[in-house]
Design a protein around this ligand. Sequence first.
Ligand code: 13P
Ligand code: SF4
Length: 379
Amino acid sequence: MCSVDFTDSSLSLEEQVIADRIEELREQLGDQLLILGHHYQRDSIVMHADFLGDSFMLSQMAAESKAKYIVFCGVHFMAESADILTDDNQMVLMPNIRAGCSMADMADLPDVEACWNELLDTSNLLDPATREDAELPAESGASYLVPVTYMNSSADLKAFVGHHGGIVCTSSNAAGVLEWALERAGENGKVLFFPDQHLGRNTALAMGYNDDDLAVWNPMMESDWESLNAAKFVLWHGYCSVHQRFTVEQINDLREAHPDALVIAHPECDRTVVDAADASGSTEMIRRYVEAAPSGSVVGVGTEIHLVKRLDEQYPDKEVFCLDPGVCPCSTMYMIHPAFLAELLERLADGEVLNQIVVPSQMADDAILALNRMLSIVA
Ligand code: 13P
Ligand code: SF4
């Protein structure tokens, strides 16, 4: 159980001073500034965001924006993607550059390359990079290994995927992305999905595949070649430490106390939780689910506490609970503090750029292929 009260959204006097200063600076910087906020940000950040969304919507916003400075209140992989999707004359900045994602850190390029090479060496699958146009469906009779990375991954992995004819997905369009990848893999081809095993598994099962079609790759463990050879999807072993806290027992407890309760879980949760829930979806889908629930509903949500608490406050005619009574936040999302945002804007107003996220251009050139493919697939 966390000892800090993450659920109190009222501002202290000191926080109000910071909030007022941020608003003055936003006004001063005008149209050249766009502040993007992820749904997991604390309220004292959300109140300053020009746009709040899930990771798909935030990358769409970054790609469409003409602002000179895009301040990303989210985690590092999101800001990297925004930098890749924006022009060279735009800058993406983070209030705190240390805000990463522990799941994204579970797959690095050398390990993914080793897995990729081993899968190609031990099969008759081809690398899509050998094709003239990797964006076309596979030729009849050809079998490819198509890489798919979850948005929650570093830019070098997105570049790897782009280079090898693959695609990025988010939790809102994972099924469409997997269909795209399977078409390019061919009848006997495979998809290598990283880093979140749960999103990969939940999506494939919802598409009608079964356990025999799935195998998990863990670079620290001996490979089970029988299941790897049989699998349609090779799933990296990564997971989110926040979403792995949700359990079926929590859902049962909620339903025992509130038999009519509705339950929605993020697809980063274990499959047992997603199976036991009434619905599953990205953070934006969760927001819409609560919005659409009839007045008087009790809704149990399996995702990060700041979003759940905000929804509970926004819809006073409904009771919105976090499934996990331990209410722990995503500790890295929580590293974006308004004092850092104020400092960043203060310096910008003085002409100084802090915490710019720059993806090297060669990496960006490959990564943008995979990101643009993703943006073309809307949930
Ligand atoms: P969404 O794409 O659903 O916003 O998810 C991002 C994330 O990191 C969830 O843990
Ligand atoms: Fe990463 Fe999990 Fe935090 Fe999402 S909630 S940013 S997956 S650590």
